[in-house]
Design a protein around this ligand. Structure first.
Ligand code: 8YV
Length: 316
């Protein structure tokens, strides 16, 4: 008999088709009308033993209480701060996410944003397209990145992959974490502001959630300074976004390359008025290859659960 599964957010079409063939899918992701959504969740509560979502879906204790038969939640993202995993654990619900398969793409975007903003790539493209090059001559000089100092906030899987890429650029690597990592030769900083003062580029690669909120503070941005660049591929909450905007508008911070924002998908419009930023729509893992792998992990974790096999990427 097919198990009932509540699919809250979509995964790649081919993998969604596998879910639809294998399970009775309750397609919450298809509904936009609130009343219809609420009715489907209530219906799912009668029989759904699994749920699928991404890392932004708000699965708090109240939501979980509406799904009393839930055995597993499979999440298509590496971050999951909007899902109450502690509540899942209390309720005996297993939780899986999708680490590793997205590491390289996300690390690539961190480096892309770093180089793009420091070499003014977007403005340079417009400079050629507009004819300004012929009218105004050389684009204004930009800033070197190779060989400079990069401070990485959070040396997890993605932070470590970013560090490797920065090593290839001949950069000096510093990192911040709650404590030094054994076997890591990079310079450790126990204070983000101190590391920012040392850095030419500060890259936020920490997990989201309350414990990392404003980890990059106004003081850290001030220490990074008018020649410095801030890159964020983690979560908008990791930086004091108001202070970031103030620093970029005033020139107290040189530039920023941002893939994540507090208010997604409609970030503060002040960002769009800034000449010294490169903006990306939380798309660092947004490649066919990576999203296929993430979606496959969702499929495989559910299959493992129902086959009584070990989960591939469990959190609890
Ligand atoms: C998400 C992300 O996968 O993995 C994460 O934590 O932020 C992204 O790669 C994407 O936003 C869809 O959930």
């Amino acid at each position: 008999m097919k198990q009932d599964v509540l699919v809250c957010t979509p995964i790649r079409p081919e993998k969604l088709a596998i879910l639809e063939e294998t399970y009775n899918v309750f397609p919450l992701y298809k509904l936009t009308d609130d009343a219809e959504r609420e009715a489907l969740i209530d219906k799912a509560g009668e029989s759904c033993v699994a749920m699928v979502s991404n890392g932004h879906f708000p699965a708090d204790e109240a939501f979980l209480s509406r799904l009393p038969k839930l055995q597993i939640a499979a999440c298509s993202s590496v971050g999951y701060e909007t899902l109450d995993v502690d509540a899942m654990t209390r309720r005996g619900i297993r939780f899986t996410h999708t680490p590793d398969v997205l590491t390289d793409d996300v690390a690539d975007i961190a480096v892309l944003l770093m180089l793009a903003v420091r070499r003014n790539l977007v403005a340079g493209d417009a400079y050629v397209r507009s004819g300004d090059w012929g009218r105004k001559g050389m684009l204004p000089l930009t800033r070197t990145t190779s060989g400079r100092k990069v401070g990485i906030v959070g040396l997890g899987r993605i932070g470590a992959a970013i560090a490797k890429r920065c090593e290839a650029l001949g950069m000096q690597i510093g990192y911040y974490g709650r404590k030094p990592k054994s076997g890591v030769a990079y310079q450790y900083f126990g204070d983000v502001t101190e590391m920012a003062g040392w850095s030419d580029v500060l890259i936020a690669a920490a997990s989201g959630g309350p414990e990392t909120q404003h980890l990059v503070s106004a003081q850290a941005l001030d220490a990074l300074g008018p020649e410095g660049s801030f890159i964020n591929i983690s979560r908008g909450s990791v930086v004091d976004e108001g202070a970031l905007l103030d620093a970029l508008e005033s020139g107290k911070l040189g530039s920023a390359g941002l893939d994540v924002f507090l208010n997604e998908p409609n970030p503060d419009p002040r960002f769009g008025k800034l000449p010294n930023v490169v903006l990306y729509p939380h798309h660092a893992s947004g490649t066919v290859e990576t999203r296929d792998k993430m979606s496959q992990l969702v499929v495989d974790n559910l299959a493992a659960h129902f086959a009584g096999q070990p989960l591939l990427t469990p959190v609890n």
